[in-house]
Design a protein around this ligand. Structure first.
Ligand SMILES: [Zn+2]
Ligand SMILES: [Zn+2]
Ligand SMILES: [Zn+2]
Length: 185
């Protein structure tokens, strides 16, 4: 399947083969890259000036941002998809299950910093973001950051239950259960 723009040109120019058309379009793309970029930029600017969305350029834009509600939803969905993909990759790289209880559902997984620098890491992440450097730290950014940095050691997987309990109470009931079992046995 050829992209839409190509198929129109293919019809008009009557290419012998799809390969010919693809080559033509590739060349067209590279020779027009600059002017096309400028055209798109101009169209975007005009749309915004006319109160339209800067992305789709035909729906009315929302009051405080340059996008329409439909495009906001689209961007959100894309971002969510990307975040889930990043998390899947990271979870797999760190063993795929909670290092305390063995829970393996990706929805329950979180990253733990056993050396306890979670807060420091998040703070540093904020500073970096401010300095327009690497964005690390809280939430989904940690997965992106770990992936980009080739899964450094010093991190482990914990499910939210085990992680939260450690955060709030300084221990996980699973540990006590295990200790209890050892004592009894
Ligand atoms: Zn839009
Ligand atoms: Zn757990
Ligand atoms: Zn636990």
């Amino acid at each position: 399947m050829l992209p839409k723009r190509i198929s129109v040109i293919t019809l008009r120019m009557a290419y012998k083969s799809k390969e010919d058309a693809a080559r033509y379009n590739r060349e067209w793309y590279f020779s027009h890259k600059k002017s096309e970029g400028a055209r798109k930029k101009r169209e975007r600017k005009n749309a915004i000036a006319a109160g339209l969305c800067g992305r789709c350029r035909h729906r009315p834009k929302l009051p405080d941002i340059l996008l329409c509600s439909w495009c906001v939803e689209q961007m959100r969905a894309l971002d969510r998809k990307r975040s889930v993909r990043d998390k899947e990759i990271v979870v797999k790289a760190y063993g795929g299950k909670c290092s305390c209880c063995g829970e393996s559902k990706i929805e329950f997984m979180s990253i733990d910093h056993p050396n306890g620098d979670g807060h420091e890491h998040r703070r540093r992440g904020k500073d970096n973001a401010r300095n327009n450097q690497e964005k690390t730290g809280a939430g989904i950014h940690i997965y992106r950051w770990l992936k980009r940095n080739n899964f450094p050691s010093g991190y482990r997987l914990l499910c939210f239950n085990c992680n939260c309990s450690r955060g709030f109470f300084g221990y996980c009931p699973h540990e006590r259960e295990r200790q209890h079992i050892t004592v009894v046995a």
